[in-house]
Design a protein around this ligand. Structure first.
Ligand SMILES: Nc1nc2c(ncn2[C@@H]2O[C@H](COP(=O)(O)OP(=O)(O)OP(=O)(O)O)[C@@H](O)[C@H]2O)c(=O)[nH]1
Ligand SMILES: [Mg+2]
Length: 458
């Protein structure tokens, strides 16, 4: 009898298991792979280590343990956790390789519930966590769904100012030599499309992040496919381009891109996310200069449109969105001394809040933090005379031991004078040597976990 009761309880307790899909995004090099690797690593160590004091379930000793599980979505590549760990634990330690596509990993987290209803059915419950990594650049494409080819082309030409204009020259020259009203010449189109794609890559290399279409620079499995071979054109009423022309093909490819690439991503991936973390590397544009900083703000604003379900009905028409919490995190906080962290968070808030407040984000909770997924430096002080100055100590990616004060992070959005007067310079450090049976050193990963899944572990 006792055994039957136990079995029934186990059955009910399994049916009470919960599930959450956490999406991790950010522009390229924002720190997505490092974040997911650290998140998985921290959770796998919860039963043996106390390194997450700001994560209530861990602090209260309610986490029993975590294990990896096979992912349920078999159409998406697995997140390469073991490869990332191999890099971080190699001698000397290295950062994980850049990634180019969507990937996912699944964990089961066993915990002791606090809620009476859950306790009734057994002493532990399980939260299944899917973590999905996808490029933030893909979110830059949402506005394309509201524009036809002519409107999109115009928007791209309007954006050609400053550095962007200079970088576009080679592509513009090629475009001038193409008669779009002529019968289709696939080779000529492919040639101009390649030049346009190179221009977008060049923008990224120069620290400009707002690039459209986002898939052109992060094609994933679509690399080389004709659906990624189009480009903006000067289309006016005088252009007589009928069926079978170059222009007709460019329009067809643009439409295909809207339907099969952009819409498909929102329908098959985005609509399944429950929680979202957007990682932002605020330090890279501080290093790079004013134009790069403004450009990142613009890209971030565009990214935020994807979470705005109220006013724009576009997403509602596509699917019923379900993200109810978004965390914006300024990554790589170990690149600056700890007393600069409040400034870093205030800078991020200034980039995110105005757009947030002016738009309608229905029932979505939002927060901003600073963090380091894998802490590469140690913070301390250097003494000069009787004064102690904050400093960072670490080993650079070229294996040089270094102690530095990288500079002050501006509290407010900086104007052009900031880069003329002081600027900012951070060094890329390699990860610290860490033992594989210890959790990775981090800054505020526990705060991120509390925001993302704390309420699911009650
Ligand atoms: N110091 C420090 N550097 C970090 C941290 N996280 C990421 N980085 C640096 O940022 C680089 C990019 O990190 P990734 O995690 O690969 O970023 P990503 O967003 O996955 O990049 P892509 O896959 O190329 O889009 C790393 O190679 C490190 O140099 C961190 O917590 N601390
Ligand atoms: Mg990556």
């Amino acid at each position: 009898m006792k055994q039957i009761t136990q079995e029934v309880n186990d059955l009910i307790s399994r049916s009470m298991d919960s599930h959450v899909r956490i999406a991790v995004t950010g522009l390229s090099r924002a720190g997505k792979t490092a974040f997911i690797s650290s998140l998985v690593n921290q959770l796998l160590h919860t039963s043996t280590h106390d390194s997450l004091p700001l994560f209530a379930a861990s602090r209260d000793k309610r986490l029993v343990g975590a294990k990896r599980e096979p992912q349920t979505n078999m159409m998406v590549p697995r997140f390469a956790y073991d490869d990332a760990m191999e890099h971080v634990h190699s001698t000397p330690p290295k950062w994980p390789e850049p990634t180019r596509d969507v990937s996912e990993i699944r964990l089961a987290l066993k915990y002791k519930p606090k809620k009476k209803t859950k306790k009734l059915f057994g002493s532990t419950s399980t939260l299944h966590i899917d973590i999905i990594d996808y490029p933030g650049e893909w979110l830059l494409d949402l506005p394309l769904l509201d524009m036809d080819f002519e409107q999109w082309s115009q928007s791209q030409f309007d954006a050609l100012t400053g550095k962007r204009r200079e970088l576009a020259q080679a592509w513009l020259d090629k475009l001038d030599n193409l008669d779009i009203s002529q019968p289709l010449n696939e080779k000529a189109i492919a040639d101009v499309a390649q030049s346009y794609t190179e221009f977008l890559y060049e923008c990224k290399r120069e620290g400009l992040h707002w690039v459209q279409p986002g898939r052109f620079v992060l094609p994933g499995e679509l690399e080389g496919a004709p659906v990624l071979q189009f480009f903006p054109c000067r289309v006016d009423d005088n252009v007589k381009a009928g069926k079978g022309s170059n222009l007709a093909m460019l329009k067809a490819r643009y439409n295909e891109y809207q339907q099969k690439v952009v819409k498909a991503f929102y329908k098959h991936h985005f609509s399944t996310f429950d929680r979202q973390i957007v990682l932002v590397d605020c330090l890279q544009p501080l290093n790079a200069g004013y134009e790069s900083f403004q450009d990142m703000r613009h890209a971030l604003e565009q990214i935020m449109h994807s979470f705005r379900y109220g006013r724009s009905n576009l997403l509602k028409r596509l699917f019923a969105p379900r993200i109810d919490k978004i965390l914006f995190a300024a990554t790589k906080a170990d690149h600056v001394t700890p007393e600069q962290h409040p400034n870093l968070v205030s800078l991020l808030q200034q980039m995110v809040h105005p757009a947030w407040q002016s738009a309608s984000y229905e029932n979505i909770e939002m927060s901003c933090i600073t963090m380091a997924s894998i802490q590469a430096t140690q913070a301390g002080f250097i003494n000069k005379g009787d004064q102690a100055y904050p400093a960072l100590q670490g080993t650079t990616v070229d294996e040089q031991a270094l102690t530095v004060f990288p500079g002050e992070v501006p509290k407010k959005l900086p104007d052009q004078a900031y880069w003329q007067e002081q600027g900012f310079e951070f060094t890329a450090f390699r990860p610290r040597k860490a033992s594989s049976d210890e959790p990775l050193p981090h800054i505020r990963m526990d705060k991120a976990l509390e925001f993302l899944i704390g309420d699911k572990l009650k």
